[in-house]
Design a binder for this molecule. Structure first.
Ligand SMILES: *[C@@H]1O[C@H](CO)[C@@H](O)[C@H](O)[C@H]1NC(C)=O
Ligand SMILES: *[C@@H]1O[C@H](CO)[C@@H](O)[C@H](O)[C@H]1NC(C)=O
Ligand SMILES: *[C@@H]1O[C@H](CO)[C@@H](O)[C@H](O)[C@H]1NC(C)=O
Ligand SMILES: *[C@@H]1O[C@H](CO)[C@@H](O)[C@H](O)[C@H]1NC(C)=O
Ligand SMILES: *[C@@H]1O[C@H](CO)[C@@H](O)[C@H](O)[C@H]1NC(C)=O
Ligand SMILES: *[C@@H]1O[C@H](CO)[C@@H](O)[C@H](O)[C@H]1NC(C)=O
Ligand SMILES: *[C@@H]1O[C@H](CO)[C@@H](O)[C@H](O)[C@H]1NC(C)=O
Ligand SMILES: *[C@@H]1O[C@H](CO)[C@@H](O)[C@H](O)[C@H]1NC(C)=O
Length: 276
């Protein structure tokens, strides 16, 4: 009974050995870590390329535009220090096992956190019913497809934009939005809020806010009253000046008719002499 059990175990071991030998190669895997490498622009990153092959023959990584240096290695893994990463790149991790090569690739995402959020309100004084423009600018930020800009009125969300389809080269985010002024917007504080969300592939989440900009509203009624006052005052002044001029000219004309032809200066002299 015991003998038979032993032989069964031997048989099993023999069969396992046979199957792997018959296959001619070992089943193995290549792993790159991190799976979703994410790095701030200009910073460095560790990449670990490993395998579960029993006796790996050759391994490494392939990159372009990145300086790589092997920092540490053991039979089953190689860790590389990639310095000064400036742009998104593609890396390939490979290992050869029993004459077969396997690869695993990963894309390095370079990010730039939003630091400056420049917000503008144009114009700062608006008449009810007229439009004003909100402009939000975040320089040197990326990737834009993971950036969301939110325009706020107080704490209320006015508009939200995620940059879905943009060129990879762009590193500046602009948002321009028009709003029609309402009476209740007077003295409202507007602002812009930026979020760069790289989760879940990386744990990075950044946010930044702009300074507040206050809006002032003019009501048309107030404005009209002011305009009407100005017009009436101007008209009254004009009437007064014209009246004075007419009186003077008419007076001169009348005197000239009565006393004959002498000039204004002479008339003035006569008038002055009379008064004295
Ligand atoms: C390596 O891992 C793969 C998948 O996890 C597995 O199928 C394979 O048997 C493993 N190889 C070795 C030699 O452990
Ligand atoms: C690289 O990965 C292997 C397998 O996961 C691990 O055993 C090793 O410690 C890692 N090396 C470094 C430097 O992280
Ligand atoms: C890397 O990016 C390329 C194209 O940009 C894509 O085809 C590939 O699937 C990506 N690889 C991984 C591992 O995400
Ligand atoms: C970041 O952008 C990439 C590429 O468009 C996308 O696959 C990923 O889901 C985005 N992540 C978040 C958190 O929006
Ligand atoms: C906003 O208004 C300005 C001027 O009124 C106009 O030039 C611009 O095209 C408008 N922008 C949008 C996004 O509607
Ligand atoms: C004012 O803005 C609204 C959207 O807020 C837009 O529909 C309208 O066309 C704009 N008017 C002018 C004159 O720009
Ligand atoms: C806007 O901000 C100013 C000072 O920053 C504050 O005095 C004012 O009450 C705010 N307005 C509103 C409507 O919250
Ligand atoms: C950023 O987000 C955190 C958590 O959501 C929040 O507590 C913080 O106030 C935000 N910072 C800014 C500048 O909005």
């Amino acid at each position: 009974m015991e003998m038979w059990l032993f032989s069964a175990w031997d048989l099993l071991a023999f069969l396992t050995l046979l199957s792997s030998t018959v296959a001619g190669e070992e089943l193995f895997d290549v792993t790159v870590w991190p799976e979703w490498p994410t790095v701030e622009a200009g910073q460095a990153l560790w990449i670990n390329c490993s395998t579960n092959c029993t006796h790996p023959e050759k391994g490494g990584i392939e990159t372009r535009n990145i300086n790589k240096a092997v920092w540490k290695e053991e039979t089953h893994w190689k860790a590389f220090y990639l310095a000064d990463i400036a742009q998104d790149s593609h890396i390939i991790c490979y290992f050869t096992c029993s004459g077969t090569q396997k690869k695993k690739s990963a894309n390095i995402t370079v990010y730039r956190p939003p630091e400056q959020v420049i917000f503008n309100l144009q114009p700062a004084w608006v008449i009810v019913g007229k439009n004003f423009t909100l402009t939000c600018h975040v320089p040197n930020v990326g990737p834009l497809e993971n950036l969301t800009l939110t325009l706020l009125q107080g704490t209320e969300m006015l508009h939200r934009q995620t940059f879905k389809t943009v060129s990879k080269v762009l590193q500046d985010a602009w948002l321009v939005f028009n709003v029609t002024a309402r009476k209740e917007d007077d003295k409202s504080n507007f602002s812009c809020y930026a979020e760069l969300d790289l989760r879940p592939h990386s744990e990075h989440f950044f946010n930044a806010s702009s300074a507040l900009k206050m809006l002032e509203i003019f009501e048309p009624s107030q404005n009209n009253q002011m305009l009407i006052t100005i017009i009436i005052t101007t008209l009254l002044l004009l009437i007064f000046v014209v009246t004075v001029c007419l009186c003077f000219v008419y007076g001169q004309h009348w005197r000239k008719q009565r006393t004959g032809g002498y000039g204004v200066l002479a008339a003035w002299r006569i008038h002055r002499n009379r008064c004295v």
